[in-house]
Design a protein around this ligand. Sequence first.
Ligand code: PMP
Length: 423
Amino acid sequence: DSSVCAPLAVLGRDVTVPLVTGGEVTYAALDYAASAPALQRVWDDVAAYAPYYGSVHRGAGYLSQLSTDLFENSRKTVAEFLGCREDDQVVFTRSTTDSLNLLAAALPADCQVFVFETEHHASLLPWRDARVTCLNAPRTPDEAVQTLERALADRDPYGPALVCVTGASNVTGELWPVRELAAAAHAHGARIVLDAAQLAPHHPVSVAELDVDWVAFSGHKLYAPFGSGVLAGRSDWLRAAEPYLAGGGASRKVARRADGGVDVEWHDSAARHEAGSPNVIGVYSIASACKALTDAGFDELVAREQHLIRTVREGLAEVPQVRILSLFGDDAPRVGVISFVVDGWNSSHFAAALSAEYGIGVRDGLFCAHPLVRTLLGSEPDEPGECGAPEAAPGEKSLNAIRVSFGAGTPDEHVERFVRAVK
Ligand code: PMP
C-alpha cells in the first residue's frame, strides 16, 4: 500500500473479522496508543535471532556470549536513540509502568514529587512513598510551565524534588512543553522524568536536548511488542538506591557471615536494577525498533500521521454530535491520538458498534487517566466511567470517551472507514 510509510512497514496482519451486519472485513487496528504492531524489521530481527537464544550474563558457551553481546549492544543502541549523556544509564524494565515504579523506588529520602493531574496513572501513582503535589490541569502549555514554576517556588528548597511529566498525552495526543518544564524544574533545583510512552513512537526524543534527567518508554508502543521497557538517565540516584529487585545479576559479591546473615555488594551499573534472567528478545526488539526509526527518520512518519490526524479531525468536525477532547485547543501540536465523545451515546456502546459493524478496533473508557478524562468531560469522581457508564441522553455529558490512535503502517482506508462509520 503506497500510502503506508514504507521503511517502517509493520508486520502484515491480514485479519478478517465477521460483521454483525453480515459479511466480513479486514480488521482496522486503530488503537496504537494502547499497543502498536511490530515493525516488519523488528519481527525479522527477532525471528533471525530466536534460534540462537541463550542466557544473558550467565554462560561461557557461544550462544550465551552471543545473547550477552546482543543484550549489551542493545543498551548502546537505545542510549544512542535517546541521545543519552556519557554518565547516563539505560536500565531495561518490563514497561513504562515498571520504569517509573523503579525510579519511584530509587528516590532519595524526603523527595518531593510534582505531577499534573493530567498524567496517565503510570506517571501519577508510583510515587506513593514520596510527598506528592498534584497540580491542576493547565489549559495552555504556558500555563503548565507557570503552574509548575509556582509550585516549585513554594517548595522546601533544600530537599530533593522530582517532576514527572508526559511528553504526549495518551488521551488528547497533545504535546507538552517538555523542554520548558525541564528548564523550570532545574531552575528550582528539581529533577525531571519524561514519560515518553506516547512521545517516543511519534517523535525523536533526546534526553540531552530536552535536558530531562530520565526518560521512560515501553517497547510495545514503539513497535517492539516483546515485553520490555526502558528507564534511561542520570545514574547517581539509581546507583545510590537499593536494587529494584534483589537476586542474581544485581549482586557483585555475596557471602555468608559468621553470624548466619548474608552480606551483599550490589553492582553500580544498570545491572543493579535488572536482577534475574533478562528478557533478551524484548530488549533486542526495542533496539531493532530504535534502529529502524533512526534509519527511516521521523519526517515521513510524522507527515503521514499529520495527514491521518487531519482526515480524522476534519471528518469528525462534520458530525455535530461529536466533541473532540482537548486541553490546549484545536491548534495545539499533537500526535495521532484522538479522543472524543458522541452526544447521546454511551462511548462503550459506540466503540463496540465500531468493532461489530465496521471491524474497527478503538479504545473506550477513561484510558488510565481518570482525573484528566473527568476534567475534560466535566464529571465527578463518584460518577461511573471506566465501565458501566449509563447511556448519555442527547445534550447530557458522557462519563467515558472513545479513543482512536494510529501510526506507522496505518493505511488511509482504516481512518477513512472510521470517519465513515462515525458519520
Ligand atoms: N504513560 C503513558 C502516557 C501511556 O500512554 C501508557 C500506556 N497507556 C503508560 C504510561 C504505561 O505504559 P505500559 O502499560 O506499557 O506500562
